[in-house]
Write a protein that binds this ligand. Structure first.
Ligand code: IVH
Length: 738
């Protein structure tokens, strides 16, 4: 975004207001990118310049100062950043070993250093090197008082509130015998399952892209709102310590086990050994386990076991001499690119995929690999800098490529073997029209940075069959309208046979019974033909399958009719508006109570164009991105028409916040933990809030009810210790139904 540098005196009041609003939006967006997404989009200098201009305008036009002005906050400095914490004992990094010989050298160095102590039998620990980010947790008299990031090793950030949401981190140490003060150190990480789930949730709302579990864990820890951190279900392994008023034990091995006794998770793969062979055997064992652990590790750490000897051996250039990280080689394989396909997502993103000649990497067969976007294919990042080597090297059909399973999950292309590029290979031309509907596919301009979005989007919206069918799948899906029997396959069938083009069509299906039946029958016919062909059978007679599908159809129609009065939050989520996920939909439902009210405001915002804040209320948890998305949704005539025809079919319930004395849970504080089987977390939360309960992320003495599903861990334990009522999911549903 450019700053209008005109003299302040030249501004009319209207111009000043518009400029203040523009800067306000840009600054808020920059704050969000910096603090919430951990992905700054502009430089500090640009930020400062915008903030200065904003403040100058406010001083010149005091009557235009907005109630939500950003100027109370210091320019350029973290707006609501974290305070700094100087580590009492620095958080060091580790020396690295890449080969078995490097490990032999390490052990040799130890032997030489302690040469004079003839009788010493040196022992070492070996344990996985977790690929997350380290944190230091200060306990005073057994109580967690402060937690910090590593930062630059000397000074980190105070992220206590966020760390408190991690269930692997005890708020009070269990057992006894802990030093009066101790800083427990270890790794915060995200499991692959959690990462995949988050990615899926984000993709469902066209939200941000997450690169890998490590970066995502880092971003999750730097949230301003701890409830967001809590929703990411981060984990923690304790493996070291910083300042301590007394040694936790005489050896590394025992110390870490004591951490286990005090309530921490510790790696089950830590062993103690006295020879290089044993250490390397443990390295191989952990390397084999790597792909089945469910979280990323990138090597094995060896540490001299005896703490007294650790102290004697000491440190050099910011690393302990007594420890070394033996890194895993990245798993790589060579294959060829057979084709580049474009997939169109629900929100219209054109996602290029390389189809590869199948190749095994670290135990899995890789056939497809995402190419992210057109810049990536061309070999440049969002700043135009080369990403594969010193020069931009593009990826072409026919190329031989080296692929790697980064962090053992997501395969990616790390190198193009140029020597093997076929003479006739041509640069890939990224389509500027949607391959499915032919509409122009454009790159949105980021107003603030003036940069184009790296993703190209189909502008066809609902006229694009790819987007339309994905939207319909989303509409009917479990978290949205939850229409039993309308899964991926049936939605595709109904869409392709022209019976359902918009969500409203779903609700008129029963009036076209004969056609629906014919479509289902044709599919069955086709399926059994294929089965027979595969089995080498010759078909003699065509059985009438049509009759058999009656029952299924009745069920489907009944399921559809059963959803004609959906809960408002589900309905809003089902609309598939960009950036509106389950949680935001629930907040919107609570804010507007009826779909009519939301529709009115949406249309008003679309008509007003400019200042969103004049139209929309200020709501905790909802930022400009969502308001902009709503404005844009209602600004598109086609969406309004589609919504109105849908509303001719369905009547979303009014969202009533019944803080009724009738519900037993009204006014109570509820914590959900473990896996819920009948409700999604979003549903459970919305349900509790509808009944007037408050939902908290962690258990404290103020908690009234803990609803614990399978896999519940420390929260359940805490609840039991504090004597808090614990219910399973069924008991909760029963109580909520009263
Ligand atoms: S020990 C003084 N043990 O690796 C040594 N570090 O390169 C303190 N890490 O910043 C670290 N797993 O984030 C240690 N089992 C483990 C580890 C581990 C992961 C990370 C940690 C540290 C980095 C050092």
């Amino acid at each position: 975004m450019t700053i209008d540098e005109r003299d302040i005196e030249d501004y009319s009041e209207a111009e000043a207001r518009a400029e203040i609003d523009r800067l306000h939006a840009a600054l808020s967006r920059a704050d969000r990118a910096y603090f919430e997404q951990d992905a700054p989009e502009i430089t500090d200098a640009e930020y400062d310049a915008m903030k200065r201009r904003y403040q100058t305008l406010e001083i010149a036009f005091p009557e235009l100062k907005r109630p939500d002005s950003l100027s109370g906050k210091v320019a350029g400095a973290p707006v609501e950043g974290f305070s700094k914490v100087r580590h009492a004992v620095p958080m060091l990094s580790l020396a690295k070993a890449y080969t078995d010989e490097d490990v032999v050298d390490f052990i040799e160095r130890a032997r030489r250093f302690f040469e004079r102590d003839k009788d010493l039998k040196l022992a070492f620990t070996a344990e996985p090197k977790i690929d997350g980010l380290s944190a230091s947790l200060r306990y005073e008299n057994g109580v967690f008082v402060q937690g910090a990031t590593r930062g630059d090793g000397a000074v980190g950030e105070d992220i206590t509130a966020n760390l408190r949401t991690i269930t692997d981190i005890p708020h009070k140490l269990a057992g006894a015998g802990w030093p009066a003060t101790i800083e427990i150190r270890g790794e915060v990480y995200m499991t692959m399952a959690e990462f995949e789930a988050l990615k899926a949730r984000s993709a469902a709302v066209g939200g941000q892209e997450y690169v890998n579990p490590r970066n995502t864990a880092a971003g999750s820890l730097r949230q301003k709102d701890p409830s967001i951190t809590a929703s990411r279900n981060l984990k923690f392994f304790a493996y070291a310590w910083g300042y301590t008023s007394a040694d936790p034990a005489p050896t590394q091995f025992e110390a870490v086990h004591r951490f286990g006794d005090w309530g921490f998770k510790i790696s089950p793969y830590m062993v103690r050994a006295t020879s290089v062979d044993e250490l390397i055997a443990q390295y191989r064992k952990i390397e084999e386990l790597r792909s089945s652990l469910g979280y990323d590790i990138d090597g094995v750490v060896y540490k001299l076991d005896d703490l007294e000897l650790q102290r004697r051996w000491g440190f050099s250039s910011g690393e302990p001499r007594w420890a070394v990280a033996h890194k895993f080689p990245a798993e790589q394989a060579t294959t060829t690119v057979r084709a580049i396909d474009i997939q169109v997502g629900r929100t219209g993103t054109l996602a290029p995929v390389a189809r590869l000649a199948p190749v095994g990497v670290g135990g899995v067969v890789v056939e497809n690999v995402t190419l992210h976007n057109e810049d990536y294919i061309a070999g440049i990042d969002s700043n135009g800098l080369p990403i594969r080597g010193d020069e931009p090297i593009d990826i072409r059909v026919g190329d031989t490529v080296v692929i790697q399973r980064a962090g053992d999950v997501i395969p990616q292309i790390v190198r193009v073997v140029l020597e093997k590029r076929p003479a006739d290979a041509v640069p890939y031309v990224f389509p500027h029209t949607c391959p499915v509907c032919g509409s122009p596919a454009t790159r949105e301009l980021n107003e603030k940075t003036g940069k184009e979005d790296s993703r190209r989007r189909c502008t066809g919206e609902l006229i694009c069959p790819a987007q339309a069918v994905e939207q319909l799948k989303h509409f009917a899906s479990r978290g949205a309208m939850d229409i039993e029997g309308l899964g991926t396959e049936n939605v595709e069938l109904l869409f392709n046979s022209g019976l359902v083009r918009t969500a409203a069509d779903i609700f008129t299906l029963k009036h076209r019974r004969a056609e629906v039946q014919a479509a289902f029958a044709a599919r069955r016919e086709e399926q059994s033909r294929q089965r027979d062909a595969a089995a080498g059978k010759v078909r003699t007679a065509t059985r009438s399958v049509a009759e058999r599908s009656f029952e299924g159809l009745d069920k489907l129609f009944a399921a559809i009719d059963g959803r004609r009065e959906p809960e408002l939050d589900r309905f809003i989520f089902a609309l598939g508006i960009r950036h509106i996920g389950e949680t935001t939909a629930a907040v919107l439902a609570k804010t507007f109570s009826t779909i009519a009210a939301l529709r009115d405001k949406g249309l008003e915002a679309a008509a007003a164009g400019g200042n969103l804040h004049e139209v929309f209320p200020s709501v905790n948890g909802i930022g400009d991105t969502v308001w902009e998305a709503l404005r844009d949704f209602f600004g598109n005539e086609r969406n309004v028409v589609a919504l109105d025809s849908l509303l001719a079919q369905v009547t979303p319930k009014e969202y009533v916040v019944t803080v009724s004395a009738t519900s037993e849970v009204a006014g109570k504080t509820v914590v959900f933990t473990g896996t819920l089987e009948k409700l999604t977390r979003g549903e459970a939360k919305a349900m509790a809030e509808r009944l007037g309960a408050k939902v908290a992320g962690s258990v404290s003495k103020n908690t009234d009810i803990v609803v614990a599903g399978p896999g519940a861990g420390s929260k359940l334990k805490q609840a039991q210790e504090l004597g808090i009522m614990v219910l399973d999911e069924d008991q909760w549903l029963e109580m909520a139904a009263k």
